[in-house]
Design a protein around this ligand. Structure first.
Ligand code: C2O
Ligand code: CU
Length: 456
């Protein structure tokens, strides 16, 4: 029998373990260097840059409707800023240097305060020199809890990152290499999954919510689930109208998928989260099966409560703003405009620019379009390059306009494959200046970024 005293001692022990953000998250987010265990086993710790010295940084968990307030303290030697990915918050808190705030210099600070309107799985990350800063570890999760959470036995966040490491497990300090930025980005040689809370054993027929998050700078991940059966209940934080039965999901950089799964494997066996790379399958996390939670397999999970976003009823009357992606290796781009100058591909490349949106490389001085508040925009995104791109819109979730005219689920990031045109539509109802960029951060830095203005 557990006495009250033992139970309290147990709770306190959990609260001081680093890396588990369930107890009071820190009020200060300090961007700093640290040594942190990235690769398990006999490898040395890795010199990282992280919020409060860990990767991921502290997990921020708040109730829907609660205010988040965090002071960024910059103890790095580079300027930085924090972007709250996927949150429909006010523009001044969006954390984009050069658009919504100045980068926070070394030694300085900035206080972010906002109230996330939507429940779900979100994340925060550096939005300054992000090809380098995110690769070094500057990100963490932000989980907004539903007022009525689904009935699960466990709720586990699974952060999956891709690292380019030396044999001594140190970060390869080349960011923005010409080959990387002109091809599929800075891909790593070590893919790690970090579970919060750490979990190594589960029971048969246990029901788990798995919040999968791809925090890699550039890698697209094919994630699979073994020894469990379930449904995707949310994408990019937003509940699906109908949970979708699945045992795998394709996640581009920055994308999230929430699963509700039941463990099907028998005691003594193992379940796993896997990643599929070319023809190989690797285990990211394994769960031993330790007994039986219940005899009965439960009924399929219900959908999550919807967030306060108006789903579009259609796109008739929407304004059409096409976006064409060009450039990169084997893309055949001949010239582009950079800082108001028309340059040959060669000259662009000399300035680290490889890609264009509508003929422009880098953040243009004028927005791609200015929308009236409440106006519906549709953006057909044509990929005329030889690589897929993970297109991300700030400050709004969009819906894809599907071939048959119906509208897809709410998302904040959409993979657009080579030679594809994928169209998104959304109500521009959040005033301010919002980025629209490729979330392959190497591509973003090398040209794939633009912005839209929404009038107040
Ligand atoms: Cu996740 Cu512009 O960012
Ligand atoms: Cu891209």
């Amino acid at each position: 029998m557990i006495t009250r005293r033992q139970a309290l001692a147990g709770a306190a022990a959990v609260a001081i373990l680093p890396g588990r953000g369930f107890a009071n998250p820190a009020e200060v987010l300090e961007a700093r260097t640290a040594n942190y265990r990235v690769v398990p086993g006999d490898y040395p710790e890795t010199a990282i840059w992280g919020f409060n010295g860990s990767v991921p940084g502290p997990e921020i968990r708040v109730a829907q409707g609660a205010t988040v307030r965090r002071t960024l303290r910059n103890s790095l030697t580079q300027a930085t800023a924090v972007h709250w990915h996927g949150l429909r918050i006010e523009n001044a808190m969006d954390g984009v240097p050069g658009l919504t705030q100045d980068a926070v210099p070394a030694g300085a600070g900035f206080t972010y305060e906002f109230t996330p309107p939507d429940a779900g799985t979100y994340w925060y990350h550096s939005h300054n020199r992000s090809t380098e800063q995110v690769a070094r570890g500057m990100y963490g999760l932000l989980i907004v809890q539903e007022a009525a959470p689904p009935d699960v036995d466990r709720d586990i966040a699974v952060v999956i990152d891709d690292w380019r490491l030396t044999q001594e497990a140190q970060i390869v300090e080349e960011f923005g290499g010409v080959h990387d930025i002109s091809h599929a980005g800075r891909l790593g040689n070590f893919i790690g999954a970090r579970l919060s809370p750490e979990t190594t054993t589960v029971k048969q027929n246990e029901r788990m919510r798995l919040r999968l998050v791809n925090t890699a700078t550039d890698r697209i991940m094919r994630i699979g689930l073994r020894g469990m059966a379930g449904h995707i209940v949310a994408l990019d934080g937003m509940p699906l109208a109908r949970p979708e039965s699945a045992d795998r999901v394709l996640l581009g950089p920055a994308q999230r998928a929430d699963f509700i799964v039941d463990v099907t494997e028998e005691p003594g066996a193992a379940a796993a989260i896997t990643i599929h790379e070319r023809d190989e399958v690797y285990t990211l996390a394994a769960f031993g099966i330790d007994g039986l939670a219940s005899k009965a397999v439960r009924a399929a999970p219900a959908k999550l409560a919807p967030n306060p976003v108006d789903l579009l009823k259609g796109v008739s009357g929407a304004r059409n703003v096409p976006l064409r992606m060009e450039g990169g290796a084997m893309g055949g781009l001949r010239e582009g405009v950079y800082k108001d100058q028309t340059l040959s591909f060669q000259d662009l490349a000399e300035r680290g620019q490889m890609w264009t949106f509508n003929g422009i490389a880098g953040l243009p001085p004028a927005p791609m379009t200015t929308a009236d508040k409440g106006e519906i925009l549709r953006i057909p995104m044509r990929n005329d390059t030889a690589f897929p791109h993970a297109m991300h819109l700030h400050g709004h979730h969009f819906q894809e306009v599907l071939g048959d005219g119906t509208l897809g689920p709410l998302r904040d990031t959409l993979l657009v494959d080579r030679d594809e045109t994928r169209e998104i539509a959304f109500r521009a109802d959040n005033p301010g200046d919002w980025l629209l960029h490729c979330h392959m951060l190497s591509h973003q830095a090398a040209g794939m970024t633009t912005w839209i203005r929404v009038r107040a």
